[in-house]
Ligand binder design. Structure first.
Ligand SMILES: Nc1ncnc2c1ncn2[C@@H]1O[C@H](COP(=O)(O)OP(=O)(O)OP(=O)(O)O)[C@@H](O)[C@H]1O
Ligand SMILES: [Mg+2]
Length: 319
């Protein structure tokens, strides 16, 4: 990518902003926000899925967005990245207003997201998926179609970048495989690698750990940290509290569409409003226990599903 399109990222060597002195309250202003939003509201029927008075995301750190199912986390991601339209509200990225800006333009500005249910294209190969991630670059522009040498050099540099990223995410051996043949965890990695094709300044990950087997989790955590360490800003949605505790510099908590708490991981996890948001009146249960309960019931549901599918298969096999 040429120097004039390279986003202005803090250098990897820059000291990480210290947020520990910030007042832990919803909407608290940050020293150097990369995203700022006001009055963002999205309703579905009568339900306010998102109703955020004020939000700021600090540049150069990892922010976790947590909250119970249905809190509005994915809807907020959709709104900020142009995949959905709010009823009202305004927000900006690096000072540029993003109302009514299409997702591919948002990506071009340096803000990309991944999806809770990965959107890798199963019938394309891994490298083809990666090349698709480069949309928004010079090769697409109308004038370059008239200048094939420019377009070709862009293609070549995209392929080089894709191969470098595949090697970094240890997917290079899968280069020519169909994305549909990858495991859940590998798809998450591919989606993250693909998002990096546009060299984003802010990367937003919607549940990067969901469906990832434990063996891959550590490596995924390492990848997310390395995004920050190379100067990018990371905003991720996650239910896995160990991951939140382990890698986030700041945590924003949503419940019923609103931001109900913010703070460092330890501040947030001892905050009664957070425990409330997750548990209603059960103040005495802590988040770790909740997580375990949740995991247990998920495992049970999975087991039941498996037993019933196996039973179905047996029925099919029966004469
Ligand atoms: N397209 C839609 N149409 C109608 N209701 C929707 C739509 N998308 C989201 N909702 C509702 O908005 C609320 C917020 O949903 P959202 O998916 O943003 O929650 P979430 O915090 O991401 O939850 P999860 O942790 O389960 O992913 C939920 O009540 C959901 O049912
Ligand atoms: Mg969600």
């Amino acid at each position: 990518m040429s120097a004039d399109t390279e986003p202005a990222r803090p250098s990897a060597a820059a000291p990480r902003p210290d947020l520990s002195g910030l007042e832990p309250r919803p909407g608290v202003p940050k020293p150097d926000p990369i995203v700022k939003g006001d009055g963002i509201r999205r309703t579905f029927g009568g339900l306010a899925a998102v109703d955020v008075e004020h939000i700021e995301i600090q540049r150069g750190v990892i922010t976790a967005l947590i909250g119970p199912n249905g809190a509005g986390k994915t809807t907020l991601f959709n709104l900020l990245t142009g995949f959905d339209m709010p009823d009202s509200g305004e927000w900006s990225f690096n000072g540029t207003s993003l109302q009514r800006v299409a997702p591919y333009k948002v990506a071009r500005l340096g803000m990309v997201r991944t999806f809770q249910l990965t959107k890798v294209l199963a019938k394309l190969t891994v490298i083809e998926n990666m090349r698709l991630g480069a949309t928004g670059q010079r090769g697409e522009k109308f004038w370059s179609a008239a200048l094939p040498f420019l377009w070709r050099s862009q293609e070549e540099s995209n392929t080089r970048r894709a191969d470098d990223l595949l090697a970094r995410f240890k997917l290079d051996a899968k280069r020519e495989d169909f994305a549909g043949s990858l495991s859940g965890g590998q798809r998450k990695l591919l989606e993250m690698a693909r998002a990096l094709m546009v060299d984003p300044e802010l990367i937003m990950l919607d549940e990067p750990m969901a469906g990832v087997n434990p063996a891959l989790k550590q490596s995924l955590l390492g990848h997310v940290k390395s995004l920050r360490d190379e100067g990018r800003t990371v905003l991720f949605v996650e239910h896995d509290m160990d991951m939140v505790r382990d890698i986030s510099d700041w945590v924003i908590v949503m419940a019923q569409g609103q931001i109900v708490a913010e703070g460092t991981p330890s501040e947030v996890m001892s905050n009664p409003a957070v425990i409330d948001a997750y548990l209603g009146a059960h103040h005495d249960t802590d988040l770790t226990e909740l997580d375990e309960h949740e995991l247990e019931s998920e495992a049970e549901a999975e087991l039941n599903h498996e037993t019933s599918t196996t039973a179905d298969e047996h029925r099919k096999d029966a004469p």
